[in-house]
Design a protein around this ligand. Structure first.
Ligand code: NAD
Length: 356
């Protein structure tokens, strides 16, 4: 198979982890007889520095010309504490999701057994948890009208959803539930928000088309509690942009670390694959970043965009074998991990490559 992959490293540890996951994709290509060609593009702070624009048109053009996108992270400390900055790295990420119509963010939360002790949740509550989040990506409070009034002393952000936006992601979530354990939990705040009442109405109507899927509706506050109390009760979780953003970070603790969670952003064209973590300024440049979330994102890319299930599985097996061998990055190590088994970013990458 010949495929063209656009690599967008972005900022901070984004660059560090994507270097490793690109090597993993190259290794898969060699082992399975595929040809992957790679190009690179700028986004975020790196793009602002080079062009003044967090999302240059060239990046959009290269994205549209690719078969899939391997993405790192965006962000820079100089903007985090400067609410007045008009141009921000995150505009690059929100912009590319919008420009490519990437409306569905898939986040699988599955704990590798070897990491049971790395989570702050008790192993007997966690073991066997396997959740697939569908977070809506292009609507909600992130994209509604926002502004200030009363001389800047009052601020507002409008949460907005249209029926078709809910329908298209709900359809993907129901279809996915049919291939899994046939359970779907839709999360909203329909007791308070009108946009959530539309969300629930659409999901209830679609549920009639999927009689085999057991559907429940949870308010976001209850869902946040249940995720920690009993994560195994969830199969597919469907939710909006803001609630999904928060719940998936919470759920990252089920998987042990932000450094373990992959995601796929898909729409009707090219898919974008990225770890859920950000640019992690606190560890940038120290060689400490866990590359596994990015490597697992590369596995999702092979599966979802290219339909290469065996190749995707091979990456999961290599990650599993590496963890079984006791190798850890610092974020997933615990007090019992011997110091010589705690690896930096590149060494963890080499351990995965060796097992591939
Ligand atoms: P973060 O995800 O970058 O980091 C949160 C914590 O998790 C940090 O302590 C970090 O060291 C740790 N961590 C994250 N990824 C890790 C990895 N692979 N290995 C080991 N440890 C890891 O979130 P933050 O600190 O809130 O934000 C930092 C910057 O990233 C901000 O500028 C923010 O806007 C941006 N951000 C970008 C994205 C994205 O690009 N998708 C997502 C979230 C935050």
């Amino acid at each position: 198979m010949n495929k063209h992959i656009l690599v967008i490293p972005g900022d901070g540890i984004g660059k560090e982890v994507v270097t490793v996951s690109q090597q993993v994709l190259q290794k898969v290509a060699t082992r399975f007889g595929h040809t992957f060609t790679f190009d690179e593009a700028l986004i975020g702070h790196a793009a602002i520095e080079a062009t003044g624009n967090p999302l240059p048109q060239e990046t959009i053009d290269k994205s549209n010309a690719s078969d899939a996108i391997l993405f790192g992270a965006v962000g820079h400390p100089k903007y985090d504490n400067d609410p007045s900055a008009k141009v921000r790295p995150e505009q690059g990420l929100l912009g590319i999701r919008k420009a490519l119509g990437l409306y569905a963010n898939l986040r699988p939360i599955k704990l590798f057994d070897e990491l049971l002790s790395a989570s702050s949740i008790r192993p007997e509550i966690l073991r066997g948890a396997d959740i697939l989040f569908f977070r809506e990506l292009t609507g909600d409070i992130y994209f509604g009208e926002k502004g200030r009034k009363d001389n800047g002393d009052t601020a507002y952000d409008i949460a907005i959803y249209s029926r078709y936006e809910v329908e298209r992601i709900a359809r993907k979530a129901f279809d996915s539930a049919m291939t899994r354990r046939k359970k779907l939990c839709s999360v909203d705040k329909a007791n308070v928000l009108e946009s959530s009442r539309l969300w629930r109405e659409v999901v209830q109507k679609m549920a009639l088309e999927y009689p085999e899927v057991e559907v429940e509706h949870q308010f976001v506050d209850a869902a946040a509690m249940l995720l920690i109390k009993d994560p195994r009760r969830f199969d597919v979780v469907l939710t909006g942009n803001l609630f999904g953003d928060i719940l998936t970070d919470e759920a990252s603790q089920i998987a042990g670390s932000m450094g373990m969670l992959a995601s796929a952003s898909i729409g009707d064209t090219v898919g974008l694959y990225e770890p859920i973590h950000g640019s992690a300024h606190d560890i940038t440049g120290k060689g400490l970043a866990n590359p596994l979330a990015s490597i697992l994102s590369a596995a999702l890319l092979l599966d979802i965009s290219f339909g290469l299930k065996t190749e995707s599985e091979a990456i999961l097996e290599a990650v599993d074998a590496t963890l079984k061998a006791g190798l850890r990055t610092r974020d997933i190590a615990d007090s019992s991990t011997p110091a010589n088994l705690i690896l930096g970013t590149d060494a963890m990458g080499e351990a995965i490559l060796a097992r591939l």
